[in-house]
Design a protein around this ligand. Sequence first.
Ligand SMILES: Nc1ncnc2c1ncn2[C@@H]1O[C@H](COP(=O)(O)OP(=O)(O)OP(=O)(O)O)[C@@H](O)[C@H]1O
Length: 279
Amino acid sequence: MTALASIRDLTVTYRRDGSDVAALKHVSLDIVAGERLAIIGESGSGKSTLALAIAGLLPASSRVEGRIDWFLPPLGARDRQPSTLAGDYKPLGGRDIGFVFQDPSASLDPVMAVGKQIAEVAYTHLGLTWPQAYAKAKNLLERIRLPDPESALRAFPHQLSGGQKQRVAIAAAIAAGPKLLIADEATSALDTIVQAEIVALIRRLVAEDGMTLLFISHDIALAAALAERIAVFRHGKLVELGETAQIVGAPAQAYTRALLDADIGLDAAPLVGRAGLNA
Ligand SMILES: Nc1ncnc2c1ncn2[C@@H]1O[C@H](COP(=O)(O)OP(=O)(O)OP(=O)(O)O)[C@@H](O)[C@H]1O
């Protein structure tokens, strides 16, 4: 098991109304290259803060202590020999991390055709010509299986359904070929069937591109259907981490047991593995 990133003693504090809110407390965790890792916990447990810290997107008002080390060859040497990139809390660049949020409208520009939006990511990060970037956008729209990729290129976000918009947001997130895809409650606003389809899509794309996945969800059943390992957060602390089968079958913590017993979204989970879903 090779680590893609090593998080050590990460503590994040927000300043709100003159007082400090400790959103993450002394979190240490390795993200294994190529794994699908789920981060679960109740609202306010620090899941999004962890995702933002990893992606280097925390607000300037936050205070970060601890370190995140990345183990990736520097960009120029990717295809030659591997080396180590490490440092104190040094996030990767936009090219190496793809981020999918709960609300696709928040990451899509409402007045730009979706083909152009996806192409811009590829153009900005991959040094392609515009026609090459646009061809890549079309290819991505095919890969995310929008019904008519050719006309979808020219569609605006409001012309797409919620699930289709999330597919486009995922296409944009992977357009620069990131090593790590972070999906932060990426299916939470969708109905059960669409939720299962998006999970299946994420699973397929991650496998096809050899990405590492960080899947953040309050829904342990959905997380279990997708992830190989599950990290359980509570009140900003990592309380349990293990293989999915162990976390689901024999959780060490009463809190994890309670999350399991709450069965939030268990109706969606069996759908995830079902054949015939439009992944
Ligand atoms: N920008 C911010 N400023 C101040 N406090 C914040 C900020 N963002 C989050 N917090 C606080 O930090 C704590 C952790 O929040 P975080 O969003 O990371 O949790 P979460 O597990 O992702 O919750 P949810 O599932 O509701 O998104 C909470 O107490 C929250 O109120």
